[in-house]
Design a protein. Sequence first.
Length: 486
Amino acid sequence: STGHGQCSGARRRAQHANRHECFPFRSAVQYAMFSAHRPSLPHLPIPCYNCRSMRIAIIGGGAAGLMAAATLYAEHPTAEIFLLERNNGLGKKVIISGGGRCNVTTGIQDVRTQLTKYPRGAKFLTAAMYAFPPAAVTEWFESRGVPLKTEEDLRVFPQSDDGHDIVRVFERLLIPPHVHVILNTQVTGITQSSPASRGGARGGGVSDPPPLPGGEREGVRFAIHTKQNPSPLTANRIILTTGGQAYRHTGSTGDGYAFAMSLGHTLTPLAPSLNALFTREQWPAEVSGLSFERATITAPSASFTGPFLFTHKGISGPAVFALSSLVAFTQYDVAHPLNITIDCVPDTTAEELHKQLAQTITAHPTKSLTNVLATIMPKSLAAICVRECELPGEKRAAEASKQHIMSAITWFKAIPLHAIQRGAGDEFVTAGGIPLTEVSPSTMESHICPGLFFAGEILDIDGFTGGFNLQASWATGHLAGTHAAK
């Protein structure tokens, strides 16, 4: 038998068998009032008012929040788990990543090599990445019915090329009575207090979770306030997975920063990362779509080699995104442009190009200089080279001076451009976030506010393109979910 106010194991198992479980309301009236404000709340069971299970709230239904919830349920099945998401569905940013194909993770298996792909946060991520590396992420999804494929550039996608398949895995897992997903819910604030200071549930509100042992976390309570309901939801632990402020139309509006600061945390400077660059020069529009598989793009403080392409407004592509990440906190505009150069053939020396052109001129002396230059670069770019370097493009190549030839080679090996603007709204991630010194890298728990955990892009972590940012979210979400209920 059990004492008053406790749930026996038999009763709890019976409740679960009938899709009943503990729910944080003191009466059916409170539950009805809450549900009236929550039309998107899933079917909820008969409440058990005094059960002493751990209650954990996850705020943000992106990659990190989804993995945290799935891990919590797998490793702590008796915990009450609530996943609050402001959108009408889960994983909005996950679905559209990789052009809708969802670049799930990276095919780089060596964790040390993988960690070099993070301009910020590599050391902090070490424990999380070793605990849940790309190989484990791949196995996790494939064992749940989503076969993956690794492409030549080591990006990993669902074989279906459909990001919805990744999110559907979580939609199948995160269901009552195990996890309560509450959609269309905008969290407006989080407050913290102990049971003694709260004095139980507020009138007409949600009940406090039961006292729990746990050292310095004993008695910690969080109240989560939402726009849709006047009564707060309370929890023993909170995992903040609200993301940064990139892709704002997916719900990543930066609200989590304010929640964290209200609980004692600070915030680093923020900047957009992984974005295209707009240039002062107008000529890139003339070759928009022209791409190079391997080029070195250099700024005064950084350089990166990889694919890029010209656009109507400047340059874009993986190498440009990576460079933008490396110079994320550099200020530039029309009055103070960022000087960059592009070496379109980094594996070929100027001397080798000169020799190649000399051989072509010897073989075809009557060809125009523009056509000869088109043997070492795309013809459309050769025409721009002639114009930008003020060369006699229509003149026979054999009549061109050595200086003319060297000017063209120098330009092609270091095309000068001036970046005046980031591709606003195009950035994939936010550089900056919650300082990593304020969070435990081995558990993702706050050093400042016990019981508060972080995962994903809300932290001062960002990686290059290629599945590295989603990998960081899966890994930190997994680690937070592993430790939040301990």
